[in-house]
Design a binder for this molecule. Structure first.
Ligand code: FAD
Length: 478
């Protein structure tokens, strides 16, 4: 089990990260990333703490225990135990780390559970995947993934033929492995991960075989450039002013591969468009990674609904029936997701020796929550009114007795003093309205693909025959 300090030390590995026009020497001390890295370190301290052993770890071999994020559930009970571990971990960041280490671990574990599919494709690549699962689980590796091509990438054939490619593709291979060149979007958590799974989940047309690979690359691989977006952590001033941005900005980065060599032991698919789809859809990987996402989102919504309720307490608005209706609606929506997660588990099924959450229940939840999140945030804004804006400019105002006097005069509530009122509304704003909060709306709307993507998964996995039978039965009854 990895500790927080081991995790921090492991990131001092010479990775090439760029931000604000400069290369970063050490991500663990850089003001754009250090607090978020501390948050992940706290997660590793939590999972490696002896007092959390039962909650956070499971038996791997007779001697070894591993982080439950790598667990391969064999029963409903295993699945529930693992979910409890994910919930406990998610609470350390209130569900705001979308790609915390449990996300891609779930994907790799899902691929491993479906390794028969890889075996049928190529036993050597299946062996590489199996070995990698064992390596990653026993070393508690933090993986990010880039499974989408940059916007603007167009098929190699047809009228766009001959155009310069943006997306990472195989440019060479020999007895030692493959070489890739090009870009991928969008490595959330990539700056603070150990390794990245590079592949393509988007269906690829004939002719795009060079883009159809699946492989794992360490973040310090020679030739890998990590181009960070703007940091929301930098310049936040104090945790008091930006309690979320300053600690939970997982970062997103475009990855550019410049002739990056990947040894065969880390290559799971090569030149195979169909297999790129199958690694997610024909194995439990896609269900398993997105089941993790729903557990995380549940944790987040439970926190956000708490913010909504506290807002109405502080502003004494809970007495209005219309406000209670909004709270009731939000509570119902969180309750729906809670029930859907429980439903995915209860309707789960055995796939070989493993127990997998129900596919359609998962896609139903993803389709609905993708639409739900922006509405949910809108209702929090609705409840907050100007309270999230009528705030002192920064914590420094509290140090000036003159200003403090007027803050006390203007910020009051029957249930909290001025300091705690300001503290609360700064938290509220950071969660729903700051640049960090706004990025989260974009994240929840897109991390699983644009809206037509989960809808198509829902369409694909629904029991249409069952519905057709009901229609036929009714038609035959008169
Ligand atoms: C905050 C954030 C974090 C992310 N983190 C990761 C990550 O860690 N790893 C990773 O791999 N990816 C990540 N992504 C990328 C994410 O997977 C993509 O944003 C998502 O798949 C949508 O692809 P796109 O952004 O290219 O949007 P597009 O596919 O270009 O969609 C944008 C809009 O264009 C229209 N459109 C485009 N194509 C079609 C079509 N075929 N049919 C109908 N309408 C269409 C729709 O209106 C759609 O809403 C992240 C994205 C965000 C916003």
């Amino acid at each position: 089990m990895k500790t927080g300090q081991q995790y921090r030390d492991s990131l001092k590995d010479g990775r090439t990260v760029y931000i604000d026009g400069k290369q970063v020497e050490d991500v663990t001390t850089h003001p754009a990333f250090c607090n978020a890295i501390d948050t992940v370190a706290r997660m590793y301290d939590f999972s490696s703490s002896p007092q959390n052993e039962r909650l956070m770890t499971c038996q791997n071999t007779d001697e070894d225990r591993i982080n439950r994020i790598w667990q391969l559930p064999k029963s409903y009970n295993d699945l529930v135990e693992r979910r409890k571990a994910l919930e406990a971990w998610g609470q350390l960041h209130a569900g705001f780390f979308g790609r915390s280490p449990d996300h891609v671990a779930s994907c790799i574990a899902g691929m491993y559970m479906g390794r028969d599919i890889f075996n049928a494709y190529d036993p050597k690549r299946a062996q590489a995947l199996g070995d990698y699962y064992h390596y990653a689980s026993s070393n508690d590796i933090f993986l990010s993934y880039v499974i989408i091509n940059p916007q603007g990438e167009l098929p190699a054939s047809g009228e766009t033929a001959g155009r310069r490619r943006l997306a990472a593709s195989i440019v060479d291979q020999d007895s030692s492995g493959i070489v890739i060149n090009g870009a991928k979007m969008l490595a959330s958590g990539g700056v603070m991960a150990h390794e990245v799974l590079v592949t393509c989940i988007q269906p690829l047309p004939v002719g795009d075989e060079a883009l159809a690979f699946s492989a794992v690359v360490p973040m310090n691989a020679p030739g890998l450039r990590i181009l960070s977006r703007k940091s929301y952590e930098t310049g936040t001033g104090s945790v008091f002013d930006y309690p979320m941005s300053s600690r939970f900005d997982e970062n997103d980065a475009v990855l550019v591969f410049e002739n990056v060599s990947i040894p065969w032991e880390r290559v799971f698919i090569i030149d195979n468009r169909e297999m790129c789809q199958k690694q997610f859809m024909a194995t439990p990987a896609h269900v398993y990674q997105n089941y993790q996402a729903m557990i995380r989102l549940k944790t987040k919504l439970l926190f956000l609904v708490g913010l909504a309720h506290r807002t109405t307490e502080i502003n004494c608005t809970a007495r209005f029936p219309q406000v209670r209706e909004i709270l009731g609606q939000l509570a119902a929506e969180v309750g729906m997701l809670d029930a859907m997660v429980a439903g995915m588990e209860a309707k789960g099924s055995e796939v070989g020796p493993y127990f997998i959450p129900d596919r359609h229940s998962l896609y139903a939840a993803q389709t609905l929550t993708q639409q739900l999140y922006p509405r949910f945030i809108e209702q929090l804004r609705n409840l907050a009114g100007g309270g999230v804006i009528m705030l002192p400019s920064s914590i420094k105002d509290f140090d000036n007795p003159e200003i403090m006097k007027w803050i006390n005069e203007s910020q009051s509530s029957p249930i909290v003093d001025a300091h705690d009122r300001v503290k609360f509304f700064k938290l509220m704003w950071d969660a729903i309205g700051s640049e960090f909060g706004s990025r989260h709306t974009q994240y929840e709307m897109f991390y699983a693909g644009a809206s037509y993507v989960p809808k198509n998964h829902s369409f694909r996995t629904f029991d249409w025959n069952g519905s057709a039978t009901r229609v036929d039965t009714m038609l035959a009854s008169y």
